[in-house]
Design a binder for this molecule. Structure first.
Ligand code: NAP
Length: 488
């Protein structure tokens, strides 16, 4: 990929075809799918619209490459990741522009995602050479117990549109490090970042067939046959709980090893002993990062009665001062939502809450004109039966509800089928640990509004899924444990 600056050059510089067995090719159906700029609603370009036959060819290429890739020295697998990390870092400006064009977030946020995404490659480059087994003496002293870690085999990877590169690198990084081949299907709204990433990995020396990329407008019919194909050994999915549930059913036919990173409904709890200004700073990150379109987004604010008005007032002031606009423009804080459907869902949730008695302290409406913009919104006095306390909002809307006691706060936080992350602000150390233990989530942000870190295990409990991405746990998802009973 050559260095490019203008929007059109950046879009033109990305491959638009499917990557199968190390070759870029058109879909067998000859169709293309349009990629839109959500800030204008206009088409940026067309990419290949893969068919089920293309997907099966991609899995065949992955299966063919598996044995050779598993035998590749771990040091070399790590060095490919390390070179890709460096290339992504060098090309941050153009990759950030590309991401902003297809997804909408500001350039600053795209750069932050690219740094986060590339760090998974650096982390797993370091993990590739640390895959070990165990050797032990059997308790009766007679035999030896040997365990070895081996790559799972060809993986089917499916990612969403909200973090077009990071959701990919945190699957591709450990898969490469572990010695697995793969078929990756990015979301149809944001395929360009993944196609650019695949080209970078090829340039970094990744052999053909290890990573295959299929873009498609009909994800169900294209991915179904792969999930049910016995050559696939692993499914790793990031997306909605609704789709995850369907994929788990399909994966049961081959008893695939499965990882699921699903939806969230994160509570953000502020106790009356917290520093309210710190809590507001954390809340701005937890709520407004990625335009509120993050599985980790604070979905509902549970604030102690004594400080709720102060907290809500300060949030309204800060959100009201944010500039909404195209993410490529200077000074813009909040980009558009991904499409009109998503904006419609956000608007319906706000209308429902206001209809039930919530007060819009700031915002509360769609922005007229081109693109899918929605005003940053703070809702006060949100009643318990408002739908947005239960459903994932995925937009720049902060509902504030109040609580009396610690028990009430914990009960409200856990009153959801989701369990990805919770945020907690308090200056009382004992309370902090007590509440962390009681929260039914896979992650907790303690006096901080962001938990994502490539060196930490990211993942949820309850209907937010299972499996962990990142940390030393992340590579385990791509390894099998084999036990050898040794007779001496
Ligand atoms: P989605 O509708 O579930 O789609 C996710 C991916 O699955 C896309 O690539 C989509 O393809 C594909 N897909 C949809 N139906 C499919 C099917 N029947 N078979 C195979 N693939 C299928 O989710 P989204 O709207 O893109 O993303 C938002 C959701 O992701 C939110 O719920 C968010 O919380 C969750 N998320 C979770 C995490 C986490 O780590 N827990 C991280 C980020 C996002 P097409 O779009 O091309 O149809």
């Amino acid at each position: 990929m050559s260095v490019a600056t203008s929007e059109q050059q950046v879009v033109d510089g990305v491959p638009k075809q499917l990557l199968i067995g190390g070759e870029w090719r058109d879909g067998t159906g000859g169709e293309t799918l349009s990629v839109e700029d959500p800030a204008t609603g206009e088409s940026l370009c067309e990419v290949a619209d893969g068919t089920p036959d293309d997907a099966v060819a991609a899995l065949a290429a992955a299966a063919d490459a598996q044995d050779e890739w598993a035998a590749h020295p771990p040091r070399e697998r790590g060095e490919i990741l390390r070179r890709a990390f460096e290339a992504i870092t060098e090309r941050t400006d153009e990759l950030a522009l590309l991401m902003t064009l297809e997804m909408g977030k500001t350039i600053k946020e795209s750069k932050a995602e690219i740094a986060y995404a590339s760090e998974f490659f650096r982390w797993f480059a370091e993990e590739a050479v640390r895959i070990t087994g165990r050797y032990g003496v059997a308790p009766n002293g007679a035999g030896r117990l040997l365990t070895m870690k081996q790559p799972v085999g060809p993986c089917v990877l499916i990612t969403p549109w909200n973090f077009p590169m990071a959701m990919g690198t945190r699957k591709i990084g450990p898969a490469i490090a572990a010695g697995c081949t793969m078929v990756m299907k990015p979301a149809k709204q944001t395929p360009l970042s993944m196609l650019a990433l695949a080209e970078i990995l090829a340039e970094a020396g990744l052999p053909g067939g290890v990573l295959n990329v299929v873009t498609s407008s009909s994800s169900g019919s294209v991915m179904g046959p792969l999930i049910e194909d016995q050559r696939a050994r692993k499914l790793s999915f990031t997306g909605s709980t609704e789709v995850g549930r369907k994929l788990m059913e399909q994966a049961s036919s081959q008893v695939l090893k499965v990882s699921m990173e699903l939806g969230g409904n994160a509570p953000f709890i502020v106790f009356d002993d917290a520093d309210v200004d710190d809590a507001v700073e954390g809340a701005l990150i937890a709520k407004m990062r990625n335009i509120g379109e993050a599985c980790t987004a604070a979905n509902r604010f549970h604030v102690a009665g004594g400080v709720a008005d102060e907290f809500a007032g300060k949030m309204a002031e800060r959100l009201g001062a944010m500039k909404v606009g195209r993410g490529t423009e200077d000074g813009v804080d909040v980009g558009p939502l991904i499409d009109d459907d998503q904006r419609g869902k956000v608007a319906d949730l706000v209308d429902d809450a206001v209809g039930k008695g919530a007060k819009a302290l700031v915002g509360g409406r769609s922005v007229d004109g081109a693109g899918y913009f929605y005003e940053p919104t703070v809702l006060g006095d949100v009643p318990d039966d408002a739908n947005l306390l239960r459903e994932e909002i995925f937009g720049p809307v902060a509902p504030v509800a109040t609580f009396g006691s610690e028990d009430e706060a914990v009960a409200a936080a856990n009153d959801t089928e989701y369990g990805l992350v919770a945020y907690l602000y308090t200056s009382d150390f004992k309370r902090a640990l007590r509440v962390c233990e009681r929260l039914e989530t896979g992650m907790v942000g303690l006096n901080q509004g962001m938990v994502s870190n490539p060196a930490a295990p990211f993942g949820g409990v309850k209907q937010s899924g299972f499996g962990r991405e990142g940390g030393s746990e992340g590579i385990e998802e791509y390894l099998e444990t084999k036990y050898v009973a040794v007779n001496l």
